[in-house]
Write a protein that binds this ligand. Structure first.
Ligand SMILES: C[C@H](O)[C@H](O)[C@@H](O)[C@@H](O)C(=O)O
Ligand code: MG
Length: 394
C-alpha cells in the first residue's frame, strides 16, 4: 500500500509556558517556594527558576510528509534538544516510511545510547515520536487513540495538581495534588508547616476528597517516612516523587514503610522500558507516572504500560495534555488522568500548554468525553501567535 514518505524534519524552540510548565511569570503558584533537591541552598529555595528550571524551554518538532501533511508535537528540551533532532535524529526519518515508527524509535534510541538513555536526549526522541504519531493520525484521518487500539471508556476523570485542591473540588475534579513547600533543609518547622497545609486543605475539602503531596524529588528517606506517617492522619492518598529518581532502593524502602493504605508514586523523571522495569521489579511504587514527552514518547509508553499492567500497577501519566489523554483513554490500567492547573492562582481551568496550542481540550467538571479527542492525530494546532525559532538546520 502506498503511503507518503517523510520528507523533512524541523525543530523549533519557544519560551514562556507551552510544554515548559515551569516557565511562568512572577507570582505563579508553580514557582512559589516549592520543595526541590536544590532547596538545601537557601539562595535557590524560593524559586525554581532561580536554579534554571526553565532554562531549556519548549521544543516543537515538525515532521513533514512528501504530500505536504505536517505532524507536530511539543515537549521540553529547547535549543539543545533542537540540535539533537536536527543534527542527529533527522537522518533516520527523512526518506523513511511514516509507518515504520517502531524501527525509527529503535534507531533514534540506539544511535544516541552512548550519550543518551535518559533526560534531554529522550525528551528529543519523545518529541519526534509524538510528531510521528500525529502525522500518522492525520494521514489516516484518525485520532491517535484509535491508532492505539481505541478507547476503553467514553469519559476520562481527572485529578488536579495545584495550590488549591479546595477550588479544584468545586470545579469537579476527583482529587487535588498539592506541591510540597518545605524540604529537609527547613527542619522540623518546615515539616510542621507541610502538615499544617495538608490539615488546612483537608478541613476545606472534607474527608473523602483525594489529597496528595508532590515532593518533586526533594526529600531523603527519613524525612519522607516521617512526612508519610504524619500525613496519614490527614488522609493523604499518595506521596509522590519523594526521592531522587536514581534512588530505587530508597523508594523500595519507602513503599515498605509507608502507612498502610497510603500509595507511593513516582516515575515522572524516569525514562524508557528499562528505567520503569527497575521501578516495577524493585517494588518501588504503587503507581508509575511516566511523562509521555520525557519517557520516550508514545511508542515507549505503550511498552512501559504493558510491563506495569502485567504487575497490576497503575499508569497515571504526568501532565502532557493531549499527548497523555489519547493514551489514558485506551488503557484499563490508566483509570484517571492528571490535569495541571496552569492558572497562576490555580483557581480556574486553562489549557495546560497555554498559549502554544489551539483546540487543546480541557476537562469540564473534571471530566473529558472521548468525543473531545475525535480529531485526526492529537487534534491540536500550533498557535500562529506564538513565535517559533528554528536555531539549527541540517
Ligand atoms: C507541582 C510540581 O512541583 C511539578 O511542577 C509538576 O510538574 C509535577 O511534579 C506534577 O506531578 O504535576
Ligand atoms: Mg509530580
Amino acid at each position: 500500500m502506498s503511503f507518503p514518505k517523510i520528507k523533512h524534519v524541523r525543530a523549533f524552540v519557544v519560551t514562556g509556558g507551552g510544554a515548559d510548565y515551569h516557565d511562568q511569570g512572577d507570582g505563579h503558584w508553580i514557582d512559589d517556594h516549592i520543595a526541590t533537591p536544590m532547596a538545601r541552598y537557601p539562595e535557590y529555595r524560593q524559586s525554581r527558576q532561580s536554579f534554571g528550571i526553565n532554562v531549556l524551554g519548549t521544543l516543537v518538532v515538525e515532521v513533514e510528509a512528501d504530500d505536504g501533511t505536517i505532524g507536530f508535537a511539543v515537549t521540553t528540551g529547547g535549543e539543545p534538544a533542537a540540535y539533537i533532532v536536527e543534527k542527529h535524529l533527522a537522518r533516520f526519518l527523512e526518506g523513511a516510511q511514516i509507518t515504520e515508527i517502531e524501527k525509527l524509535w529503535d534507531q533514534m534510541y540506539f544511535s544516541t545510547q552512548y550519550y543518551g538513555r535518559k533526560g534531554l536526549v529522550i525528551n528529543a526522541i519523545s518529541g519526534v515520536d509524538l510528531a510521528l504519531w500525529d502525522l500518522l493520525g492525520k494521514l489516516r484521518g484518525e485520532p491517535v487513540h484509535q491508532l492505539l487500539g481505541g478507547a476503553v471508556r467514553k469519559q476520562m476523570e481527572f485529578y488536579a495538581t495545584g495550590a488549591r485542591p479546595d477550588l479544584a473540588q468545586k470545579l469537579g475534579f476527583i482529587g487535588g495534588k498539592l506541591p510540597l513547600h518545605h524540604g529537609p533543609a527547613e527542619g522540623e518547622e518546615g515539616l510542621k508547616q507541610n502538615i499544617a497545609e495538608l490539615a488546612e486543605m483537608r478541613s476545606r475539602v472534607g474527608a473523602d476528597f483525594w489529597l496528595m503531596f508532590d515532593c518533586w524529588m526533594s526529600l531523603d528517606l527519613n524525612y519522607a517516612i516521617k512526612l508519610a506517617q504524619r500525613a496519614h492522619e490527614h488522609g493523604l492518598k499518595w506521596i509522590e516523587e519523594a526521592l531522587s529518581p536514581d534512588d530505587y532502593w530508597g523508594y523500595a524502602e519507602l513503599k515498605r514503610q509507608a502507612p498502610r493504605g497510603m500509595l507511593v508514586t513516582t516515575g515522572e523523571h524516569e525514562a524508557t522500558r528499562w528505567g520503569f522495569r527497575m521501578l516495577l521489579e524493585m517494588g518501588c511504587c504503587d503507581i508509575i507516572q511516566p511523562d509521555v514527552g520525557w519517557c520516550g514518547g508514545l511508542t515507549e509508553l505503550v511498552k512501559i504500560s504493558a510491563l506495569a499492567d502485567a504487575r497490576g500497577t497503575l499508569v497515571i501519566p504526568h501532565g502532557s495534555s493531549v499527548y497523555s489523554y489519547h493514551f489514558v483513554i485506551t488503557r484499563h490500567n490508566s483509570p484517571f488522568a492528571e490535569f495541571l492547573m496552569m492558572a497562576p492562582k490555580a483557581d480556574e481551568v486553562v489549557p495546560m500548554f497555554n498559549p502554544l496550542l489551539l483546540d487543546e481540550p480541557v476537562p469540564v467538571n473534571g471530566r473529558l468525553d472521548v468525543g473531545a479527542l475525535d480529531k485526526p492525530g492529537f487534534g491540536v494546532r500550533l498557535n500562529p501567535a506564538c513565535t517559533l525559532r528554528r536555531p539549527y538546520t541540517h
